[in-house]
Design a protein around this ligand. Structure first.
Ligand SMILES: *Cc1c(COP(=O)(O)O)cnc(C)c1O
Length: 415
């Protein structure tokens, strides 16, 4: 590995950072180094302004008229197209709605319906749990359907894909290790076996360039409150390739997905295109927060974002290993930056206490059971000196063993 940069070199990296000005768009509190944008992105001034406008003016003054006058009704499609531009999707293929968990449910059923004779769902044993819980729920309600998991039924997901497989549900970046998969290669593998593929983009939308159309992906889902900074509980999204639109049948056939919602017809008729993934009334205030959050992306060069993300994670690994190597931390993420998302994870037997001690000192990451401490690097508002300072605090906590204080053992509900 190259020589460890000193503080002067790191200050130069910040001074020449093309994304540096973006930080001023966010409302981060003084003294906090926020390395948890992979779990809940930071608030921006634009988001707070949108909320004030939507609640304080449109709702308060225009009342129900705002569905038309403020364009509330069309937001799922409009915001979907905006997210589509960040994930390599031509317009009309992405819709913002509901939660990631609910969207996985809809898309899994749609994919199984499109592959009639086949019954197997392939996924990853180390996936984010909700993806597996939903897949399990879907499998138990469909005759003959079953789940095959990497790490359990075979070591690698590629080995599980054969002629019985209807659909592969896979993470682009693993939530714990940060491992980045090759979207094009796995999509080709699934298609060669006649299966469909659903990409979970929770840890890549807004974190690195994604090319769904180019990879010939079938479906994708993801959330908007992580790297997209939409706010707590912000609605999720669904992508479906245009070629599938007429064949999509999903089970949550609510009135918003109807071809003519305001005709109030008795029978369900699926709406055209991506709209048929909608179910019912959407959370307008959360949508408006997301609208504020998405505005910034028109100015962001995704290649520059990825370059900075890689530089931040490389620097963090290098500094932690140089300064904290003696304290029992093991790198969980890969060293190969081409296979790593925008986060770095280390393992430690007392990871929970260490993370609590870090948070008390203003360095906010998170903990994932049983022993992962996780640091997310959001290039829009994390700088190189933040990385330096975070490692200084981590080294201090480990060297002085302040993490051993009993107050750090008490488990919060959300870790
Ligand atoms: C964050 C995350 C989710 C979240 O699902 P919700 O329905 O929003 O709670 C799902 N899957 C993955 C991979 C995630 O990282």
């Amino acid at each position: 590995m190259s020589e460890i940069p000193d503080l002067a070199a790191i200050e130069t990296m910040d001074a020449t950072d093309p994304l540096r000005a973006m930080r001023d768009r966010f409302t981060l509190p003084e003294g906090v180094i926020y390395l948890d944008g992979n779990s809940l992105g930071a608030a921006s001034h634009a988001v707070l302004a949108e909320l004030q406008q939507a609640a304080g003016h449109e709702w308060a003054q225009d009342l129900i008229r705002a569905w038309n006058s403020a364009g509330w009704f069309d937001m799922p499609i409009e915001l979907g197209d905006q997210i589509g531009r960040l994930i390599g999707a031509a317009s009309g293929q992405t819709v913002v709605c509901d939660t990631t968990s609910i969207n996985i449910y809809k898309v899994l059923h749609a994919a199984l319906n499109m592959r009639g004779g086949r019954t197997v769902i392939v996924s990853e044993g180390d996936s984010f749990p909700t993806d597996l819980y939903i897949a399990e729920g879907v499998a138990t309600t469909r005759d003959g359907a079953s789940l095959r998991l990497s790490g359990i039924d075979a070591p690698a997901i590629e080995e599980l894909i054969d002629e019985d497989v209807a659909v592969v549900l896979v993470n682009h970046v693993n939530y714990k290790s940060g491992e980045l998969r090759d979207m094009g290669a796995l999509t080709r593998k699934a298609h060669a076996a006649g299966a469909l593929i659903i990409w979970d983009l929770c840890h890549t939308a807004g974190a690195l360039p994604v090319e769904l159309d180019r990879a010939n992906a079938d479906f994708a889902i993801g959330c908007s409150y992580k790297y997209l900074n939409g706010g707590p509980g912000a609605p999720a999204f669904i992508y479906a390739a245009q070629r599938h639109h007429d064949d999509i049948r999903q089970p949550l056939t609510g009135w918003w997905g109807h071809a003519r919602p305001f005709a109030f017809e008795r029978d369900y008729v699926a709406g055209a295109g991506i709209r048929r993934f909608l179910c019912g009334t959407q959370p307008v205030l959360s949508m408006r927060a997301l609208k504020g959050a998405l505005a910034i992306w028109d100015e962001v060069d995704m290649a520059a974002l990825r370059r900075k993300s890689v530089a931040l994670t490389e620097l963090f690994i290098q500094l932690v290993e140089a300064k904290c190597g003696a304290y029992g931390l093991t790198l969980e993420s890969t060293r190969d930056w081409t296979k790593r998302g925008s986060q770095v994870s280390f393992l430690h037997d007392h990871g929970y206490q260490i993370m609590r001690a870090l948070i008390e000192r203003g360095v906010i990451g998170d903990f994932r059971a049983p022993s992962t401490i996780r640091f997310g690097f959001t290039p829009l508002y994390v700088g190189y000196k933040d990385v330096w300072r975070a490692v200084e605090v981590l080294e201090d906590i480990l060297r002085t063993e302040t993490w051993k204080d009993p107050r750090f053992e008490v488990r919060d509900a959300v870790t």
